[in-house]
Design a protein around this ligand. Structure first.
Ligand SMILES: Nc1ncnc2c1ncn2[C@@H]1O[C@H](COP(=O)(O)OP(=O)(O)OP(=O)(O)O)[C@@H](O)[C@H]1O
Length: 629
């Protein structure tokens, strides 16, 4: 096919459909989240509410006290208002001139006005208290989630469903900002309902049960609708998660060149729309169920309400209650009804939100349980020796180990190079050496102590890692170099690290030198080239002066001068540390004292460069291939 014909075909052929039903973590399986029992979730609600209350108390005790006080004042005002209304009705409905009747009712009417004003003021103060609590509550839960995810054992990321559960927890965080409002409205409505209902029961005991019956169907309906919403939420969770990731990749400026120059836009937009449509279809499919629930609950509620008004009319007409009491009862019924509806609506909202908060709580509990729990030993001395004995590691869900029976001893001053084909286990081995992962079998010991018995944070103060895929932090140049180290006011060591990777000229050319913000998308920010970013990643590791320096393809984006400079630097500082270089550029392994070749997670060859280059093994073969141009 000629290029022109291919282009024409691209224009006319619609983009391919998105992948078939994504149900859970991109796998074609039943979504285990959907199987979470609704009843179990409901049982967790009191605990969730209790936690929110405790958290609010911790955040702003005064605001919580003010909120509670306002609720009580609102309730008391409602009772006073209704009682004073009943008092005012008597002179209003008595005989006499309009003026006399009004004068007679005036004291009670003044109390009514005062009670109404007090209730309004309490309402305003409650809203103020709520606004003091909500933002900090959201920040607290959001930060707790971020911290929990940052602190889990890294292996959790590789587990099926971890990302979807995190997505569900994010929804809980988003919901916390309505939680206090919903809970406050719910409690306030309960108090108003109790006081108005109490007054109504005093007027006639028959009224309250009738009213409760009138509102009960709406309550049941709201809970059933919340359940349907929750089911839809779970049905859509995996698609929403993938859609969110795709949205980021498709719209992030870093990947905009790739998206455009590879004509990906049509497919990505189509894919995004198709995924959104799928979520919409699930939501729409549930609409008839929600309609049925709403109609039935409205019908039942209407019938009971008619009965309530009928009963009140019958009581008044048959003379069982006098007219003034009947008039107050009308107001009390209206007040109770409004409060009851608020109880139902806000109760359902609290219930609904609690389900999402329950997910958040479950995730937080799970993440806390997954924080590294290793032994108590702390690494205080510099690392002199790292010894691996028959180390095996298999990723969750994989059918073969990524690292399979590796034994190795590294000593201070040594440079080790790890080479091997893609997927042979090189990066995984570096994760095991640093204790990011613990082996399934065998042992990794630092200075004779197993990493499983050591506090990992003390281990990681001695490591410096340049990963294959490194972060480009939207921070200033200085923080990009010093991130992870205690704050310094002395720029000299920062410049040293910048010099070590040959980046001084580029940094000095930036608008604000070390203070330049490295984020093109942020106003006033600047962007570096790919190779410059990689030099920053190297300078970050060097700045730490680590006991174990690991460089995983550290120069893959650098020009030859940069690459040469980095390797010269690695050699120059090697005496004080253990250095590990993972590379596909076999020429670079010349600096290593020892080279290991990995194949399918096993060491198949090892030795110094010259020995391996002249042997007839994989290393020599790969070296010959790299020179065959
Ligand atoms: N997070 C992960 N979850 C599941 N499997 C993984 C994960 N990371 C790596 N693997 C698998 O482990 C095996 C070894 O991967 P690893 O990244 O260690 O290889 P590598 O030698 O560093 O490859 P490359 O040269 O491509 O960087 C591969 O089969 C890979 O699919």
């Amino acid at each position: 096919m000629t290029p022109t014909a291919r282009n024409d075909q691209q224009k006319t052929t619609p983009p391919p459909p998105p992948p078939a039903e994504i149900t859970y973590s991109g796998q074609y399986a039943v979504n285990p989240l959907a199987e979470v029992s609704f009843r179990r979730m409901c049982a967790r609600i009191p605990a969730v509410l209790g936690r929110i209350a405790r958290l609010s108390w911790r955040i702003d005790r005064r605001a919580v006290q003010l909120l509670a006080g306002c609720q009580l004042v609102t309730g008391a005002s409602t009772a006073v208002l209704l009682t004073a209304t009943a008092r005012a009705m008597e002179p209003v409905l008595a005989s006499g001139t309009a003026g006399d009747r009004l004068r007679g009712a005036l004291p009670a009417l003044l109390v009514v006005a005062l009670a109404a004003a007090t209730a309004r003021t309490a309402g305003a103060a409650a809203a103020y208290a709520e606004r003091r609590i909500t933002p900090r509550l959201t920040t607290e839960t959001d930060s707790a989630l971020v911290e929990a995810v940052c602190r889990v054992e890294a292996v959790a990321y590789a587990e099926d469903g971890f990302s979807d559960r995190r997505e569900a927890a994010e929804m809980g965080v988003m919901r916390t900002h309505v939680m206090v409002t919903d809970a406050q409205r719910f409690v306030s409505a309960v108090i108003r309902m109790l006081t108005a209902g109490g007054v109504l029961s005093v007027l006639n005991p028959l009224m309250l049960p009738l009213l409760l019956l009138a509102v009960l169907p709406a309550g049941v309906g709201a809970v059933l609708s919340a359940r349907v919403d929750y089911e839809i939420h779970y049905g859509n969770i995996a698609d929403r998660n993938v859609r969110g990731m795709m949205r980021w990749w498709a719209t992030e400026s870093k990947y905009s060149d790739e998206v455009r120059a590879n004509s990906m836009t049509d497919y990505l937009v189509h894919w995004y729309r198709a995924l959104s449509d799928r979520c919409d279809r699930r939501t729409l499919a549930a609409a008839p169920r929600t309609l049925r629930i709403s109609l039935l609950s409205a019908l039942a509620g209407g019938v009971f309400l008619m009965a309530t008004w009928g009963a009140l009319a019958w009581l008044a007409v048959s003379g069982r209650i006098d007219l003034a009491v009947a008039a107050t009862a009308v107001i009390a019924v209206q007040t109770t009804l409004a409060a009851l509806s608020q109880v139902v609506v806000n109760g359902a909202a609290v219930f609904h939100t609690s389900l999402y908060l329950g997910d958040m709580q479950t995730f937080l509990d799970d993440a806390t349980a997954r924080a590294p729990r290793r032994g108590p030993h702390r690494l205080t001395a510099p690392v002199d020796e790292i010894r691996l004995r028959e180390v095996v590691y298999q990723y969750p869900g994989k059918d073969r180990p990524a690292v399979d029976g590796v034994s190795l001893t590294l000593r201070r001053g040594q440079i080790l190079a790890i080479v091997g084909a893609n997927g042979s286990g090189k990066s995984t081995l570096t994760r095991l050496l640093t204790g990011i992962y613990l082996p399934d079998k065998g042992s990794v010991a630092w200075n004779g102590t197993e990493l499983a018995d050591m506090d990992p944070t003390t281990v990681w103060t001695h490591t410096g890692l340049v990963p294959q895929i490194f972060a480009q932090w939207p921070l200033r140049v200085r923080e990009n170099v010093t991130l992870g180290q205690p704050r310094t006011h002395d720029d000299a060591p920062v410049w040293q690290a910048v010099d070590a990777v040959g980046l001084r000229d580029a940094v000095e050319d930036l608008p604000a030198g070390l203070d330049t913000l490295l984020a093109r998308d942020i106003f006033g920010g600047t962007e570096l080239s790919g190779g410059q970013w990689q030099r920053i990643a190297c300078s970050r590791a060097l700045y730490r002066r680590p006991g174990l320096l690991i460089l995983d393809e550290p120069t893959s984006q650098m020009d030859p001068r940069g690459e040469h400079q980095i390797f010269e630097r690695i050699k120059a500082i090697a005496a004080d540390r253990i250095t590990i270089v993972v590379t596909h550029c076999l020429e670079n392994t010349r600096i290593a004292d020892h080279i290991v070749v990995l194949e399918h997670g096993r060491i198949t060859e090892q030795g110094p460069y010259d020995a391996l280059a002249h042997a007839s093994g994989t290393f020599a073969e790969l070296l010959a291939l790299s020179q065959d141009r």
